[in-house]
Design a protein around this ligand. Structure first.
Ligand code: NAD
Length: 353
């Protein structure tokens, strides 16, 4: 049995190999360091399953191509699945499973690190001190204690972020169409408009869906408190980049911290340092002193990589043994030869589209 792993970095191979050994599955894992897309799908030939990450493409064309090659299972090494056409996967009878909860604290802690870095300018201080410049001009921050933090999306990561920010002594507001009693231990739910108008720091933790694409746009940016800081560790498509650039230029936004970017799939996870970057919006963003950008690394801890790899092989084992899989987004009933059906889980998105 062959498993084709796409977008596989050296660290992925280490953790996946350990998880494979622990799972005891007789699988030949073939690693490709490039992403899955219409041009590379043919390299899954002979595989029963593909293992993919956030910037792999699993649209209708790719899924049809994989299916024609004999691929029957899609294993996502991530929580978000905005890059998979679940309807087509279901129509084709393909099993799809994600890793819904791997260390939400890893992402929440990174969001806090971005807030702290941008607010207190420690990234700029680091560079100055290396050049023996100990001047403080330009490094002025604001005390977080007593500030209002607005959280958009209070699932696993949003709540973990709320828990930490409460420790700073912040007042917490949240917007989520599906309210989570866990969040109410830390703050209050309100409308999106009210949150935007009151928050000093706005952090995005909702998934990318048709309904949330560009949730931060010219109109919603116009509702923000002047000088607010916006943090996005969720998905790049939540923000209309051109609108955010305009808001930064006007001073409507006082800071922007991104771990994800709308057009990241062409750039992130690879070294482009010797190349010309053609994305003018991304390059414009890098010129602002109050913008901090990272390359989709919020998940990147030893613990999270271990959990992702372990859950990926447990999902594969469930598929192989035709067992019910708790992480299935599109479920299989192989033993009966029945068509696969899309399962609406309370903690997943299809139910909410
Ligand atoms: P989750 O499913 O536990 O929570 C998502 C929450 O968003 C849910 O409570 C849902 O009701 C809410 N939501 C849905 N539509 C909304 C809307 N229109 N407005 C506000 N809230 C809405 O997911 P999670 O585990 O907390 O992850 C959140 C997101 O973080 C994922 O979808 C993924 O895109 C992103 N993520 C990023 C990284 C990274 O490395 N940067 C790692 C993991 C996850």
């Amino acid at each position: 049995m062959k498993l084709a792993v796409f977008s596989a970095k050296p660290y992925d191979k280490v953790y996946l190999a350990q998880a494979q050994a622990a799972a005891g599955l007789d699988v030949e894992a073939v690693y490709h360091d490039f992403p899955l897309n219409p041009e590379t799908a043919s390299l899954a030939s002979g595989a029963i399953a593909v293992c993919v990450f956030v910037n792999d493409t699993l649209n209708k064309e790719v899924l049809a191509s994989l299916h024609s090659l004999g691929v029957r299972a899609i294993l996502l090494r991530c929580a978000g699945y905005n890059n998979v056409d679940l309807k087509t996967a279901s129509d084709l009878g393909m099993f799809v499973a994600n890793v819904p909860a791997y260390s939400p604290e890893a992402v929440a802690e990174f969001a806090v690190a971005l807030v702290q870095t941008l607010n207190r300018n420690t990234h700029r201080a680091y560079n100055r001190v290396r050049e023996a410049n100990f001047a403080l001009d330009g490094l002025l921050g604001r005390t977080l204690h007593g500030k209002t933090v607005g959280i958009i999306g209070t699932g696993k990561i949003g709540v973990a972020f709320a828990r930490i920010m409460q420790g700073f002594g912040c007042e917490l507001l949240a917007y989520d169409p599906f309210q989570n009693p866990e969040f109410e231990k830390y703050g209050k739910y309100t409308t999106l408009s009210d949150l935007l108008s009151r928050a000093d720091v706005i952090s995005l933790h909702c998934p990318l869906l048709p309904s949330t694409r560009h949730i931060i746009n010219e109109t919603t940016l116009g509702e923000t408190k002047k000088g607010a800081m916006l943090v996005n560790t969720s998905r790049g498509g939540l923000i209309d980049t051109k609108a955010v650039i305009a808001a930064l230029k006007k001073g409507q936004l006082g800071g922007l911290a991104l771990d994800v970017y709308e057009h990241e799939s062409k750039l992130f996870y690879n070294d482009h340092s010797g190349k010309i970057i053609e994305d003018d919006d991304l390059m414009r963003l890098t010129t602002f002193h109050n913008v901090l950008i990272c390359g989709h690394q919020a998940f990147f801890t030893e613990e999270a990589l271990g959990e992702i790899a372990g859950a990926t092989f447990r999902n594969l084992a469930d598929f192989v043994h035709a067992r019910e899989c708790k992480n299935a987004l599109v479920e299989s009933s192989q033993e009966k030869g029945a068509p696969l059906t899309m399962r609406a889980r309370s903690d997943t998105i299809p139910i909410r589209i």
